[in-house]
Design a protein around this ligand. Structure first.
Ligand code: CP3
Length: 342
């Protein structure tokens, strides 16, 4: 098989146009997703390999994205450790017993991570032949320890991460133990995904941008670096790191060992192009709100973004965060078609 555009771009090799895929490309904005999701919870859906495989392929078949991302969630690592939570409609993930003490952390255990998360590796096995037929690479992923820990400590989505940040100063031994546990689980989990045949990996550290430099180094940079350096990655599949407010911690992000840095929409691509070494690929960073713009406005903006990056091999078009559930799928098609015509 020819090396796919997405992989070539991750390796900073020239491509005839930038590859394109979008975070949250499988999801509620797609009528075919809502139809599958109608009679089943999100958690059950991602734990049923046939269904997870089916919805992973939906955006590929509808839009012809250049990469598929495994349909799952970053919180499966919390789930395999025995933390009990549910995805509540219009609220997000809500944990029954948020982490408050060292004893809470001690209770979290998983004897065999690949076995506990075998529904994910089974989904990967189902996807491989389907994606081979479509000549589309598969991106596996995990939540970075800090972002997963923040949900487990806050108990749900939180704007300022007050509880997690307070724990860092008041009782660091608790969050340190939690991050350590999650780091080990994430290494085992990503190695299981590599063994099952994913073509690339992405780590989501969505909320790390909220940390000050010292806590960023301790709770985001160190765990991510440990994860990347402990991957059993004989064919050197690319590893992307995503975080919001990525510019704030860019110099450390560059040192993580990531193959690709996935930028949020707040940073200026022109500036990032000069600050990120040419050996590291860049992914991003259209503000997902552009998907509400009139079609012609959207097309002009996407063309401008592509033009900025046209002199830099190693650019992957993506959003600066996930697609919102009320976006018109035609706008997603418009972006993909615009890139394909570039
Ligand atoms: O990108 C993809 O298409 C792959 C699948 C994917 C999902 N979540 C599916 C999902 C990925 C990569 C994620 C990552 C994820 N999950 C992150 C990191 C990236 C980001 O978006 O910040 C985070 C923080 C989560 C945690 C999470 N999961 C939240 C906050 C929510 C609720 C918000 C929402 O949109 O309802 C989820 C649920 C979730 N994860 C859905 C999907 C498609 C919605 C499920 C549904 O109700 O059908």
């Amino acid at each position: 098989m020819k090396v796919p555009k997405y992989i070539r771009a991750c390796e900073c090799k020239k491509t005839d146009r930038p590859p394109v895929w979008m975070m949250r490309q499988a999801g509620r904005y797609l009528p075919e997703y809502r139809k599958c999701r109608h009679s089943i919870s999100f958690k059950e859906m991602m734990k049923t390999p046939e269904l997870a495989c089916k919805v992973t392929l939906q955006p590929i078949d509808r839009f012809g994205m250049d990469a598929a991302i495994l349909f799952s969630d970053i919180l499966v690592t919390a789930d395999c450790l025995g933390a009990s939570f549910d995805f509540i409609e219009k609220q997000g993930p809500i944990f029954d017993d948020p982490i408050r003490t060292l004893a809470d952390v001690a209770k979290l255990t998983c004897e065999n991570v690949p076995e506990a998360l075998s529904y994910v590796t089974q989904t990967i096995s189902l996807l491989k032949p389907e994606l081979k037929e479509r000549q589309t690479p598969l991106i596996g992923f995990a939540g970075a320890p800090f972002t997963v820990a923040s949900y487990m400590i806050e108990g749900g989505p939180s704007q300022h991460l007050k509880k997690s940040k307070s724990m860092m100063t008041q009782a660091p031994e608790i969050i340190d133990a939690l991050i350590k546990k999650l780091t080990h689980v994430t290494i085992d989990y990503l190695n299981a995904q590599i063994n099952a045949g994913v073509d690339a990996l992405q780590l989501f550290d969505t909320w790390a941008g909220l940390l000050d430099p010292a806590f960023y180094e301790k709770y985001s940079y160190h765990p991510i670096t440990e994860i990347i350096s402990n991957l059993n990655n004989p064919t050197n599949i690319p590893v992307t790191v995503f975080s919001k407010q990525s510019a704030a911690h860019l110099s450390k992000l560059i040192q993580t060992g990531a193959t690709v840095i996935s930028l949020d929409w707040q940073c200026d691509l022109k500036e990032m192009k000069t600050r990120i070494p040419s050996s590291i690929a860049i992914q991003g960073n259209l503000d997902p709100h552009w998907l509400y713009a009139p079609e012609q406005t959207l097309i002009r903006h996407v063309e401008k973004q592509v033009a900025i990056m046209s002199d830099r091999p190693g650019y992957i078009f993506n959003l600066g965060h996930g697609i919102m559930p009320d976006v018109d799928p035609e706008k997603v098609k418009c972006v993909v078609d615009t890139i394909k015509n570039c």
